[in-house]
Design a protein around this ligand. Sequence first.
Ligand code: TXA
Ligand code: MG
Length: 326
Amino acid sequence: MAKIVDAKDAIPQAVKLLEAGELVVFPTETVYGLGANAFDAEAVAKIFVAKGRPQDNPLIVHIADIDDVKRVAREIPQSFYELAEKFMPGPLTVILKKRAEIPDIVTAGGDTVGIRMPNNDCTRALIRSSFPLAAPSANRSKHVSPTLAQHVLEDLGDSVKLIMDGGPCKVGIESTVLDLTSDVPTVLRPGAVTVNMLAQTLGEVSSEGKVIRIAKSPGMKYAHYCPDAETVTAADIAHAVQAYDAAISSGRRPVIVARDIYRDSVGERAQISLGVTDDDYARNIYAALRAAEKSYDYIIVEELAGSDLSYSVMNRVFKAAGGKRV
Ligand code: TXA
Ligand code: MG
């Protein structure tokens, strides 16, 4: 069974495990990661086993400092350094051409590698004392990503030894994935570093616009972010309340997941709060879905609209609901 240890105190043990080719769960500002030495194919293989992840879905390599990029990638364009100056450390993953030292299992056999510098001091100290870390989110494959150490324990407690506890993740959704190897830089997965922010730095960014379908990121063809209970989104609170009451009439146990501004409309009905602002919504959504699936069998989630962040967050929430709206 995994041990949860305060991230500051866990570094020496984490270094030992990584040197021995074992896995370590580490905190980041987005979601928790399940890491292995990115240069060690056998260690990385354990990640796929622990998560039950298909091997054709590549992993992100996490680095501590900008200079580390040269150990992992080749033919690094100037635009990478411009992005790094603005957004690293931070919730941005950049796809570059990989170096031969990065084993195929990390990149699913491809010639490119995702690189990210997480904004977490303990995690970066760990990387400095060990290796760049290949890591996906630390959930079992297809489940909601973990934003608390406890979430990781629930999903992977039997298959990892050490979970470094960095508290709740501040951003709460996974990093933006940007491909810098295509002619026009292309957003493969939206995140807290938004398309507009990227366009300001790069001049030109391609994204899927309003369509929530991102074809090039191999991971996007799999089901993701799925709670263990039926989930739907509601265009507004009136629809949410209507769906809730209908579910009660048919003997189900529904819950409304919404921001506090709707408390009055929700009334006595079961609600899990997403806080007040769009940032709160992003930070809290995964924990709310995990809490909801434990006590309810029908999860009705408020849709968020109008901001760049809401676009990124709804990319995940629509997937959690499988596109079902009420
Ligand atoms: O915020 C995050 O990015 C978190 C934390 C732990 O850093 N990590 C994360 O990893 O979300 P994961 O494996 O759950 O999602 C990575 C996504 C997948 O959709 C994968 O297909 C895509 O990035 N990806 C990774 N390497 C790629 C590559 N070389 N080319 C295209 N897509 C890539
Ligand atoms: Mg994931």
